[in-house]
Ligand binder design. Sequence first.
Ligand SMILES: [Zn+2]
Length: 165
Amino acid sequence: MRCRVCGRPLTNHQSIQRGMGSECARHSPPEHLANHPSVKVQKWVESAYSSARSAYLLYKKRQYFESLYLAHLAIEKMLKTLMIIETGQFDYGHNLNIFISKISLTQNMPEWMRDVCARMNQFQTAGRYPDEKLDLLRTIEPQFVQTEIKNMEKVLMWLSEQTKQ
Ligand SMILES: [Zn+2]
């Protein structure tokens, strides 16, 4: 049996039951959101996780800066998803912490996750404005990006969990 996302052969029991490997599972929408009654929500969630998958793949290809840019985008889309669930619409903009402050479902977000989002904001700004990008590029370590990608996965999972209430 093969992973239905990437096509790689599945070996362990849990992956076979799920129909995909653990790596792909971390970058695929959870069931309750993939099958959300609102088609709009389904589309946003799919798009958020697609960006998360790209962030991970770019990290693997050592495109560290672009990886973090996509990680920001994944969280941004997930926050907008929560906003759509709450209000039926979303605000434009890219500042993750402003979204967090406006969404009721994120009011109990742990401090360390807010810090992750604040750092991600820097990378999205630098990704848009190359003057700032050059300074940041000099400071990026692969280990840092690896940690931030894991943080992105945790933030996405936490945000998904909030929509179960
Ligand atoms: Zn896979």
